[in-house]
Design a protein around this ligand. Structure first.
Ligand code: PLP
Length: 407
């Protein structure tokens, strides 16, 4: 791998050097949030040290610098996901905010009583609840694509669910709880054959693989900065221009207007129409450093490294008696969820934490998945570019130790 030097990558992330509970940290909770490279941390300090000022408002020097920097991020985001236009990139608070924006605004314009919204059985709560709220408000119906025991969506049922009543499909690219990579290109094509737009939740894909919104022909794509080595409190809604123009604004306030009188307000153009109020300026500007960092290393290199690590970890985990991996699709990315018969996931998480190993336990904001597998939750180890085989070995040794105490 040409640019991929794992020692150098690890050295770029200051937090990885710390100890937890007297042990070197093994951070395997990357699905929840990733650590930040020093370039991002420095960018945040640099922002407050040198240019802090509001965007899109002042004529003064600093305001112009921060506005330019904010717009540089937008252009980098456009290039990162291969969007056609800068103004198709709406800068939001994160994935959840982006999905709520689409549910509210697309919902206002296009959803009526009796219409159907299709989601899948493996969605994060943030791609379920906003649609449920919309259905309640409008008298629309939520339809769910089922999945099998491996955590693979049933494409035949999906095809049957699409009808003249379907007004939008909202699916995850990669499941945060199972790791399944869905065949979204084919799923988008099928929806388009019925004239139905598709929202793809890329919260667990953007940091692991190349995405090209034009090649996918996706209508809306959403993700969060904090899961891609960037700051918290910033995220993206990519939307095709034709949809964004056809939707009413989300929130009212500064920046999203052209003219305000007490009689009437006219709205600003894209992307500002959807960006009311002062954004998270610091996070917006500093997300650019995370994009540069990922680009310097290369998503293909990152993917190859993480795929090899996932295969290694899966093999080691399967060799432990009593372990049942939840999510065994052929196409997976960076997530290892599992249960151990007779042991509560929480107890495993607590014991691993004592050893300095950070994993997540619980339902991972995907309760319907846990219901389908009839389990209270899983232990989830999720990978990032800086994880190593040594991390996996420590995790497996820790798990074995925890299990001898718990079983
Ligand atoms: N969708 C998926 C697949 C996720 O994994 C997450 C976060 O874990 C979200 C949506 C929500 O992201 P955020 O909390 O950053 O808005």
């Amino acid at each position: 791998m040409k640019n991929f030097d794992i020692d150098k990558v690890r050295a770029d992330f200051p937090l990885l050097k710390r100890e937890v509970n007297g042990k070197p940290l093994v951070y395997l909770d990357n699905g929840a949030t990733t650590q930040k490279p020093k370039v991002v941390i420095d960018a945040i300090t640099g922002y407050y040290t040198d240019i802090n000022s509001n965007v899109h408002r002042g004529v003064h020097y600093l305001s112009q610098i921060s506005t330019d920097a904010f717009e540089v991020t937008r252009r980098k985001l456009r290039d990162f996901i291969h969007a056609k236009e800068d103004y198709e990139i709406i800068i939001t608070k994160g994935t959840t905010d982006s999905i709520n924006l689409v549910a509210q605004c697309y919902g206002k314009a296009f959803i009526q009583e009796g219409d159907e919204i299709v989601i899948s059985a493996m969605e994060h709560h943030s791609n379920i609840v906003p649609w449920q709220m919309l259905c309640d408000e409008k008298g629309a119906v939520l339809r769910v694509i089922p999945m099998d025991k491996a955590g693979v969506l049933d494409q035949a049922v999906y095809a049957e669910l699409l009808s003249a009543k379907t007004k939008i499909v909202a699916i995850t690219y990669v499941s945060n709880a199972l790791g399944t990579i869905n065949p979204i290109k084919e799923m988008i094509q099928l929806a388009h054959q019925h004239g139905v737009p598709v929202l793809v939740d890329a919260a667990q894909a953007i940091q692991h693989m190349q995405l090209d919104v034009q090649d996918l022909d996706v209508d809306f794509l959403v993700f969060s900065g904090h899961k891609m080595y960037g700051p918290t409190g910033v995220g993206v809604l990519y939307g095709k221009e034709k949809w964004l123009n056809a939707m009413p604004p989300y929130q009212g306030g500064g920046d999203m207007i052209k003219d305000v009188t007490f009689a009437k307000t006219t709205y600003n153009e894209l992307p500002f129409k959807f960006e009311a109020g002062t954004p998270n300026i610091e996070a917006g500007i500093c997300l650019a450093a995370a994009i540069d960092y990922i680009n310097d290393i290369g998503l293909d290199e990152i993917k190859a490294h993480e795929d090899a690590l996932l295969a290694y970890a899966t093999e080691k985990l399967n060799a432990i008696q009593g372990v049942r991996v939840i999510g065994t699709a052929a196409q997976k990315s960076s997530v290892l969820s599992f249960v151990v018969d007779g042991v509560h996931p929480y107890d495993i998480g607590v014991l691993l934490d004592k050893l300095g190993i950070a994993v997540r336990t619980g339902h991972h904001c995907a309760q319907p998945i846990m219901d389908q597998f009839e389990i209270p939750g899983t232990v989830r180890a999720s990978l990032a570019m800086y994880n190593t085989k040594a991390d996996i070995d420590t995790f497996i040794a820790g798990l074995n130790r925890a299990l001898t105490m718990l079983l």
